[in-house]
Structures are given as structure tokens and as C-alpha cells.
Design a protein around this ligand. Sequence first.
Ligand SMILES: C=C(O[C@@H]1C=C(C(=O)O)C=C[C@H]1O)C(=O)O
Length: 281
Amino acid sequence: MDTIKIGRIDFLNILPIYYYLDQHIKNENIEIINKVPSVLNRMLKKGEIDMGPISSFSYAENADDYLLLPNLSVSSKGKVRSIYLFSKKPIESLHNASIALTNTSETSINLLKIILEKYYNYKLTYTTMSPDLNAMLLEHDAALLIGDDAFIDNKEVLDKVYRYDLGELWEQITGLSMTFAVWAIRKDSLNKYYSETVDIYNAFITSKAMGQKNIEQIINIANRKFDLGNSFWEQYYSGLLYDLNTEIIAGLDRFFLDAYSCGYLQKPVTAEVWSDNNVSS
Ligand SMILES: C=C(O[C@@H]1C=C(C(=O)O)C=C[C@H]1O)C(=O)O
């Protein structure tokens, strides 16, 4: 049998879902590929991975070929705390600004465009760059960072910029949650690996439950990587939502609708979740 390839986002946001995964995956023909979201998006599109977390925007672009795995996402209702626009000017003064966008994201860059173009009515220019705040702000008015790259706690840096949390902005505008990452599977991979997918999916759900139950362990590991303090990590992980329930899907579908109305999606899309009697969701 071919090896089944599963993506893993190379950020701490997914740690509660992945930390216990190895213990629950029984199949030996599995490889876990750890990359930033934009790379996982490309790999799933090309069939270089079979399933895993990708940018929710990338799901929408490829919805004909993918299904969503139930009850898994990286979402927030309000502050997400790892997706920020860092700006030299207040957001009210960003009309005609030049914005640097991290090359690791697809959801947040489109979310930022929707917020600033549709809801603030701004015209902007964008440049995609590696996620390095200093380099980005050297030539641009503002910079978007996501994931571990957005964990900037240097006071000197923070004193010089305005910082806007995109989950918070989205909630202020729509009253809804925002879903940044979804777990998608290629429809052709599901056909090929149906019974393995049921097992892998159930392993994800069990691992997520264990991660959420043992959050102190997750926090210790996160704090070893970025020494931001236990209370930061407690807030971070309690603010992230990892489910894909009706309320979360409503926020996701609103994002897809706005992306379509702004011309960032070619056709209207709604979330299509894999439904199967063999999986517990
Ligand atoms: C919460 C986050 O969600 C993410 C944001 C993504 C994006 O903007 O494309 C994709 C996957 C998630 O890692 C984060 O990265 O901080």
C-alpha cells in the first residue's frame, strides 16, 4: 500500500490536536508532513498529501476536489492572538497604504483584504514577503503575520506599532467566529483509503480530546518554544476553537460569501463536510 500522507501545520496553534496523535494512529503506512499552511495548501492541491489542515480559503478554492473532516478546525470567536496586522499608522489612516503580507497564509491575507477593502472601503497595494516584521515594515506601512511568527512580545517593537487582531476585527464587523484552518481530505484519497481515513479521523478526534484535557502539558511545551508565560498560553489555547459545529460553519460560510463578493473566489462556495456513519463527530 502507498504511504498515506497527512499534513501538520508547523505552528503551535495545532499542538492540542497533534500532541497525542502518534499514540492513536495504528497504521504504519503514514507519514506526517510538517509545513506552514501555504505549503500544505499547495501540497494538498497537487495530491502530495492526502489530508490534513489547510487554510480555509484554500478549501474554498478547491471545494470540488475536497471534503471537510467533521469537528476539526482552527477557529476563534473574537481574539485569535496569533494573526495580527502590525501597522505604523492607526487602521483608520490606512487608505492607499502599502501592506506586506506573509507568504505563509491564504486565509488571513484574504480576510485582511475583505476587512480593509469591503468594510473600510480602502484601496491598498500588497506585497507578499517572508514573515520578517522588520523587513516588512522597512518598506511598507503595515505587515500581516500569522502563527508562530506573530508571537512578538518585544516591548520596543510593540511600542512602535499599532496591532490589530484579525479574529477580533472580524467579530466586531460580523458578530461571527472566524475559521482559519480546516481539515480537508482529497475526494480521490478518501475513495482510495476509506477505512484508513475512518481510523485516522477517529485518532484525530481522540487526540484532540486528550490535548484539551491535558492542556497544562501542551502549555509547558509551547512555553519551552516561546517563553511567553503560562497565562499567555492559557488564554491562547482557551481562545482557539477546534470544532466545526453549526455556529462555526456559519462564520466560515460568511467568510466565503464575502470572499466571493470581493472577487477573491471565482464562484460561491459553502462548506461541505464529510458525513459518514463510521465516524464519531
Ligand atoms: C490561528 C492561525 O490560523 C492559521 C491561519 C492560516 C492562514 O491564514 O492561512 C492557516 C492555518 C492556520 O495556521 C494562525 O496561524 O495563527
